[in-house]
Design a protein around this ligand. Structure first.
Ligand SMILES: C[S@@+](CC[C@H](N)C(=O)[O-])C[C@H]1O[C@@H](n2cnc3c(N)ncnc32)[C@H](O)[C@@H]1O
Length: 471
């Protein structure tokens, strides 16, 4: 009978011969197979369960190497465990340079079969071979992926439009059932679903497609608190066509919105019809929810008793903040057509007594007074003169000790890291006549000029931060 160390030695020999079937024979059908999360960039990190997943992983894994060969040097056996000390020998695909990355592999066995495998190594050596970026990509791959990134975006946006993730939130489905439910032609449905698997938006197991944890978290329409799909649908319909005109926008400095003229403000275009208005307000709520939840939790609301949300849209912020902090009352200022949709939110949250709407325009009306004034995703819609005017009006409307809170996809002060903030700036070029995004330092400068003191920036979530100033 073979010892545990001999069984494991035989599995390395089988891999070295490329005989995956022979290696699989040495594994328990329920084997757990774990690589460090630092290998996620190549889809290699985390735990696989069962022979099929391990086999799938071995055939699918495609690091940026023409060769990634584990060579065991020493086998240390103790009870049901075998520790293997060795090194990966790698060859970088584009340069043919070779490298050595030491590893320790921990194996556990039961009844002559491997039940657990865990890989320990310094992932930096695997992730960033010389001549590649931090994701392990060669310049050719990096630029190609970026240049064709709109393929990824469009596959996601169309999947959201079609309701793929909402359908799969109900139950996992095979390709044919999913195709029929979505009303797709059979020519490319399977390719579409498998592309979504490669994009890690879907998982596929035993022929059944299901949502990944990420798509389940934010793309299931039945979870209205987390659903990001309304923003993505809006971007697909309004923003995607505009981005086709980025070049003339950059050359002329003029917006490229749906109105067909280059002078109308976004809001004139959207608010002309009830349906686009409703979709826009829903999209804003969907996009703002990350910031709203963070703000509801992290801002010291206990110090204040009233809040005014300027450019409040359908009332997403007020409804969440007032629900979370029952001592607060709130007022939302927005253009008159927004009123009925705001009222629906107040009704839906049982907040009609505490959450009021003020119909008006911040160009012609004073801002409502309250202890806290919030300007969320509002300043970036406008040029610098309007930004300063709004901050001055906020200062006037606040009592001494009152606070203004501004949240945006704030650009980092060095203007090089927050990609979404910098690209949002181009989005503003495309849809507004003077809007632009800005850094925390920019905003603190304008706040100080308007008379605010003790100004600071605090990160909210992902790409978003808030700027706070006190009167
Ligand atoms: C980009 S949305 C931001 C909505 C929300 N605060 C958020 O965080 O998503 C800008 C809001 O400003 C409102 N707005 C535009 N012009 C306005 C004006 N002149 N007076 C008051 N509100 C206005 C729009 O109706 C819209 O609800």
């Amino acid at each position: 009978m073979s010892t545990n160390a001999e069984i494991i030695r035989a599995s390395y020999a089988a891999f070295a011969r490329g005989d995956i079937d022979a290696a699989m024979e040495l594994f328990s059908p329920a084997i757990e197979w774990t690589h460090p999360h630092g290998m996620n960039d190549h889809g290699l990190g985390g735990t696989k369960k069962g022979r099929e997943q391990v086999r799938d992983f071995m055939t699918r894994a495609r690091p940026p190497f023409s060769e990634l060969r584990p060579t065991p040097h020493e086998f240390v056996e103790s009870g049901d465990r075998v520790m293997v000390i060795g090194a990966y020998h790698t060859r970088v695909a584009h340069s043919e340079q070779t490298h050595r990355v030491p590893f320790v592999h921990s194996w556990r066995l039961a009844d002559g079969k491997a039940t657990h495998f865990e890989d320990y190594h310094d992932t930096a050596g695997i992730r960033t071979p010389p001549g590649t970026n931090e994701a392990g990509m060669t310049p050719r791959e990096q630029i190609l992926r970026l240049g064709l990134g709109f393929w990824n975006a469009k596959a996601l946006l169309v999947a959201v439009e079609l309701g793929v993730f909402t359908e799969l939130a109900v139950q996992p489905l095979d390709a044919e059932t999913l195709r029929a439910k979505l009303g797709l032609h059979d020519r490319s449905a399977r390719d579409f679903f498998d592309a979504l698997v490669a994009l890690r938006l879907l998982d596929r197991e035993n022929g059944l497609y299901r949502n990944t944890p990420a798509s389940a978290a934010v793309l299931d329409e039945s979870d209205s608190e987390q659903y990001l799909g309304d923003l993505l649908k809006f971007m697909n319909n309004l923003s995607y066509p505009s981005w086709g005109n980025l070049k003339p926008a950059l050359q002329t400095g003029l917006p490229q919105n749906h109105a067909g003229d280059d002078k109308s403000e976004l809001f004139d275009v959207l608010y002309a019809e009830p349906e686009p208005l409703r979709k826009f307000l829903q999209a804003m709520a969907s996009g703002a929810m990350g910031a709203i939840h963070a703000l509801a939790e992290r801002f010291p609301w206990e110090k204040y008793s009233s809040v005014a949300d300027v450019g409040c849209a359908k009332g997403a912020l007020l409804s969440r903040v007032l629900r979370r902090h029952p001592h607060l009352s709130g007022v939302g200022l927005d253009l008159p057509p927004v009123g009925p949709i705001f009222a629906e939110t107040a009704e839906q949250f049982g907040l009609v007594d505490r959450m009021k709407f003020m119909a008006g325009s911040f160009f012609t009306d004073p801002l409502p007074s309250a202890d806290v004034i919030v300007l969320g995703h509002v300043l970036h819609d406008w040029d610098l003169t309007t930004k300063r005017m709004l901050l001055e009006k906020a200062h006037k409307a606040l009592p001494d000790g009152g606070t203004v809170v501004i949240y945006e996809f704030l650009i980092d002060d060095d203007r090089r890291h927050n990609t979404l903030g910098l690209l949002m700036n181009l989005q503003m070029l495309l849809v507004s006549s003077g809007g632009f995004d800005y850094t925390g330092a920019d905003c603190i400068g304008w706040l100080s000029d308007a008379g605010f003191r003790d100004c600071y920036v605090e990160h909210l979530w992902g790409p978003e931060s808030m700027v706070i100033g006190t009167k």
